[in-house]
Design a binder for this molecule. Structure first.
Ligand code: PMT
Length: 351
């Protein structure tokens, strides 16, 4: 389902900039499930005809006369390019959140209204996503681990795995959108972390460093989602110089266990609501239930990493959620963002 948003446009900024941002929003509208409607003032309508605005947005322009009727349909938000005093009363009584771009926020606007200092498409889209999301994690801190860890052998070589960090970052993003303060502890991953005011990131490299960062922060969190693919083994000795190969000889690498962060957290009294993951190739259900019990999780999300489209690196995942009371929720194949939202819904029901 797509949600309409309305832009009140006037000629207070360079037209080129306005068109650039609108173009970016319209290009990504399907991805973000929004419809872009515009209400340009008369001066702008002289510069770009209604047909021009319609070609850009895919919708006919809303005239100022039609505004009250349009607002009755409850768009997700009204975006004001600058504050319009003459519309103050109409907007205040509409119940629709108002986002003011590059201006101060006047008092008396509906809940969710905010001032955005920059007229930037990404910032606008993030704010819209936040408005579309339930704020059921407001006031809560969610700790998330994401990505792989890297276990160094020597200054050149290391052991790691295929995790891109996409699933963990999707969970961190979704929690931030739903109002949480998010602590994202992540290994050396290829996925970019969004810049959000309520998301703090703690980059680490090894399982030991991830363990130490979690130990340092878990007491701040009411929820912990451990999605990282933590290396189970590391070389028992780090060689500080590059290991030289010897002609005709192989090499034996001695490995030792890394700390099991999830199991350690599960054993703590008063641990946060604990969500584990399980990346399995066989006997998915047996292994998942075993991890749920053994590591004292409140929920366990299993993915069968042999299934095409599921698990490491891709943009989709098929997850089955297990709870200690025997509840099993098999989600369909979803984008990692959608899967993250579903996981958070299950957490929200239980905290
Ligand atoms: O990052 P992506 O490319 O998007 O891929 C997503 C994913 C496949 C990595 C993710 O969906 C996933 O399954 N993450 C957990 C991977 C994993 O290590 O599973 P596991 O079955 O080996 O570990 C079980 C649980 O214990 C996990 O919550 C893990 O974070 C935790 N663990 C494991 C070992 C360890 N030393 N410490 C831990 O905390």
């Amino acid at each position: 389902m797509t949600t309409p948003v309305l832009f009140l446009l006037n000629h207070t900024r360079p037209l080129q900039k306005t068109l650039g941002v609108l173009g970016d929003l319209c290009r990504d509208r399907d991805l973000w499930s929004i419809q872009v409607w515009v209400c340009p003032d008369e001066e702008l309508l002289r510069l770009v005809t209604p047909a021009g605005w319609e070609a850009l947005t895919g919708h006919s322009v809303v005239s100022e006369r039609e505004l009250p009727k349009y607002l009755e349909q409850k768009p997700l938000a009204v975006l004001c390019q600058s504050w319009r005093k003459e519309l103050a009363s109409l907007l205040a009584h509409s119940g629709v959140p108002v986002l003011i771009l590059g201006d101060e926020l006047p008092p008396g606007l509906p809940p969710g209204s905010a001032a955005l200092p920059e007229f930037d498409a990404m910032e606008i889209l993030q704010r819209l996503e936040q408005l579309a999301s339930p704020q059921d994690f407001a006031g809560k801190t969610v700790l998330v681990t994401a990505g792989p860890t890297a276990e160094d052998i020597d200054p050149v070589r290391f052991i790691t795995n295929r995790s891109s960090g996409k699933m963990g970052v999707a969970i961190a993003w979704a929690a931030a959108m739903r109002g949480a303060r998010v602590l994202l502890i992540h290994g050396p991953m290829t996925t970019e972390v969004p810049d959000l005011p309520n998301l703090e990131r703690f980059p680490v490299r090894s399982a030991q460093q991830m363990h130490d960062a979690v130990r340092q922060h878990w007491q701040e969190a009411q929820v912990a989602v451990l999605c990282a693919a933590v290396a189970d083994f590391r070389p028992d000795y780090y060689v500080p110089q590059k290991i030289k190969k010897i002609e005709g000889e192989g090499m034996v690498l001695h490995l030792e266990r890394t700390p099991d962060i999830l199991a350690e957290l599960g054993a703590m009294p008063n641990h946060p609501f604990l969500v584990g993951f399980a990346a399995e190739t066989d006997d998915v259900e047996i292994n998942a239930l075993n991890k749920l019990r053994r590591k004292h999780c409140d929920l366990l999300c299993a993915n069968d990493i042999r299934k095409p489209g599921s698990g490491f690196a891709g943009d989709t995942n098929q997850i089955t959620i297990y709870a200690p009371d025997g509840t099993v929720l098999a989600l369909p194949m979803l984008s990692k963002q959608a899967a993250a939202y579903r996981i958070l819904e299950e957490i929200a029901k239980r905290i």
